[in-house]
Design a protein around this ligand. Structure first.
Ligand SMILES: CC(C)(COP(=O)(O)OP(=O)(O)OC[C@H]1O[C@@H](n2cnc3c(N)ncnc32)[C@H](O)[C@@H]1OP(=O)(O)O)[C@@H](O)C(=O)NCCC(=O)NCCS
Length: 154
């Protein structure tokens, strides 16, 4: 989350860049298939992954783990990606266990919003439902991680 003081210092270019995606022309003619939202308490999530570190390999792809471990506190990125996967399952209208966590990947491109890359069963289900585009937004603080997603079809 942005610190209010940082926000006061931000310029118009940043605002345009962060908000530009909403004018994406690919959306024309599309309909919303579903939306999803989820949040997790960081302390609780840290406790679970500390007790069961082997969970990480079941929940994340190698690329997600590599990206998370570049951060000072990887748990924040892991938590945000965990809730993103849950939010994606909600938008698809299916349970995350049906999709398998590692088949729902959150990808990263520096300076851009995160995006969704589905594999195997998750991709087959999304394709069958005609979902062709995703919008994903994530945020994390020391206290909470949250994700919001929109799935488009048509
Ligand atoms: C995008 C931005 C608003 C993030 O806000 P923040 O308060 O620092 O951090 P938050 O916890 O709310 O969000 C972090 C998440 O935003 C996402 N993000 C990064 N760049 C983004 C962008 N341009 N648009 C939308 N989301 C973005 C990332 O997924 C990040 O999570 P991650 O580190 O786990 O990958 C802020 O970094 C910003 O204004 N950046 C300016 C544009 C920019 O990205 N410049 C970098 C050029 S190299």
């Amino acid at each position: 989350m942005i610190d209010p003081q940082q926000m006061a210092a931000s310029n118009d270019d940043t605002a345009r860049m962060v908000g530009s995606q909403i004018y994406d022309t690919e959306m024309v003619g599309s309909q919303i298939y579903g939306i999803g939202i989820d949040a997790v308490d960081i302390k609780r999530f840290r406790g679970v992954l500390t007790r069961c570190p082997q969970l990480a390999e079941r929940l994340y792809t190698t690329a997600e783990l590599d990206y998370a471990y570049k951060a000072n506190d990887p748990l924040l990125r892991l938590a945000a990606r965990f809730v993103a996967k849950e939010a994606i399952a909600k938008a698809m209208g299916t349970g995350i266990w049906q999709l398998r966590f590692a088949n729902v990947e959150v990808t990263h491109q520096r300076g851009h919003p995160p995006s969704v890359l589905l594999h195997e069963r998750a991709k087959r289900i999304a394709d069958a439902r005609g979902i062709r585009k995703w919008y994903l937004s994530i945020t994390h603080t020391e206290i909470v991680a949250m994700a919001f997603v929109i799935a488009l079809h048509g």
